[in-house]
Design a protein around this ligand. Structure first.
Ligand SMILES: Cc1cc2nc3c(=O)[nH]c(=O)nc-3n(C[C@H](O)[C@H](O)[C@H](O)COP(=O)(O)OP(=O)(O)OC[C@H]3O[C@@H](n4cnc5c(N)ncnc54)[C@H](O)[C@@H]3O)c2cc1C
Length: 374
């Protein structure tokens, strides 16, 4: 039996960040992930500067042999409509590749890694968790993403009764010919909103890599929406006509769930996508994964080995304070579709709205207090 203080299920950004902080405080940590790293993850790979700060990421070190694409602005509009360019004159976001980013963070965290093994069995015996019959841990952290088995164990009804965002994405390295024909500026990702405002598509270039995808509030005809979006980008001359058409799907929960997943229990905590923390407006989930990993680590360190639920419950209040109360999300849902579409068209044509509301407030969240300064 391999013993540790904390066993973290999932080595994505949430799990590796939590492990990194716990290791720094002297705890013995195991990270268990069903995949062998480097592994890919369906994601546009866009991170805000807060992520770099919170992770103490040394950009020069990170950029050695990895993609770190600075974004100085965005091009936005409706699918099929006009586009507006917004430039900030400085880096306001970055593009990373998840296969590189997640691997880097996991290697850096210093925990013992057990990769290529899925969590299959979880039992609670005499104040300790027995995991897969051969690990023993005082505390288990569920960081296994949307379908985290620890969340299921804590009572979450995965998939049923949960309102998810469904998305499909494709990332590939362009050939030199495709690079020549790609009209997307690497420093300015392009965002295209669906006319019913129920989702958006993106076209993000990171060096020679191109990431295209589309996410929607409903799963209805998602593949068709994605195929139409790809065809639209080709017709507009944005991307070469020979880009692959095999998109990968994934789903995620927003932090505004009506029936949120539990965040803690006796000797257990959930972080990141496992408890559904992605931003309702932009779908940004990496920063919430990292912040929840850091909040959980602090609670665990302060609990000083006493992991009863009452010692962990402050975590819930901190998550609500940071990400807001979890309640119904779509404030425009009561509007008839026609009015929503009309309003969308008007607002997305306004450079003021696009810069100050859509980008600053919803995508870059510049109004949110800094994580360390709260
Ligand atoms: C199409 C799409 C685009 C997105 N784009 C962005 C973006 O540009 N920027 C952004 O900030 N967010 C984006 N997100 C959201 C973001 O990807 C997630 O919020 C983020 O990955 C959450 O991190 P995590 O560590 O909680 O989970 P994950 O990154 O999902 O990591 C979970 C880990 O748990 C492991 N695991 C799962 N089950 C088990 C098991 N049974 N046993 C052991 N291990 C297990 C998995 O292998 C995985 O490595 C996007 C999401 C989608 C779907």
């Amino acid at each position: 039996m391999e013993s540790c203080d904390v066993l973290i299920v999932g080595g994505g950004p949430a799990g590796s960040t939590c492990a990194w902080r716990l290791k720094a405080a002297g705890l013995d940590v195991i990270v268990l992930d069903k995949q062998v790293f480097p592994r890919d993850k369906v994601c546009a790979g866009w991170i805000t500067p807060a992520v770099i700060k919170e992770l103490d990421l040394d950009c020069k070190d990170y950029a050695q042999g990895r993609v770190l694409q600075a974004f100085y602005g965005f091009r936005t509009g409706l699918i099929g409509g006009l586009q507006i360019s917004t430039d900030y004159g400085q880096a306001v976001s970055y593009g990373i590749r998840r296969c590189e980013f997640d691997h880097y963070l996991l290697q850096r965290c210093g925990a013992r890694l057990t990769l290529g093994e899925s969590l299959n069995q979880l039992e609670y015996q005499q104040d300790r968790w027995i995991v897969n019959g051969h690990f023993s841990a005082s505390l288990v952290v569920g960081a296994g993403g949307h379908f985290c088995p620890v969340a299921r164990f804590l009572g979450a009804k995965l998939g049923s009764d949960e309102h998810v965002i469904s998305a499909q994405e494709l990332e590939f390295e362009m050939t030199p010919k495709q690079v020549e024909r790609c009209q997307v500026d690497a420093t300015r990702p392009e965002l295209f909103f669906c006319s019913d405002l129920k989702g958006y598509g993106w076209c993000v270039r990171k060096g020679n890599f191109l990431n295209i995808g589309l996410g929607r509030e409903d799963n209805h005809k998602l593949a068709q929406h994605v195929a139409d979006f790809r065809a639209f980008l080709i017709e507009r001359g944005k991307i070469p006509a020979d880009v692959p058409d095999k998109f990968h799907g994934h789903a995620y929960l927003l932090s505004s769930q009506k029936r949120p997943r539990p965040l803690f229990a006796d000797h257990a905590l959930l972080i990141g996508d496992a408890c559904g923390l992605a931003s309702p407006q932009s779908g940004e989930g990496i920063r919430p994964a990292i912040e929840s990993g850091l909040l959980a680590a602090k609670i665990i360190i302060d609990a000083n080995g006493d992991y009863r639920a009452e010692r962990l419950k402050a975590y819930e209040a901190q998550i609500i304070e940071r990400f807001g109360k979890r309640s119904a999300s779509n404030t425009t849902a009561w509007l008839p579709d026609g009015i929503r579409m009309l309003a969308a068209r008007k607002l997305l044509d306004s450079p003021w709205f696009v810069r100050h509301v859509l980008l600053d407030r919803w995508f870059l969240q510049t109004n949110q207090p800094g994580f360390h300064k709260r």
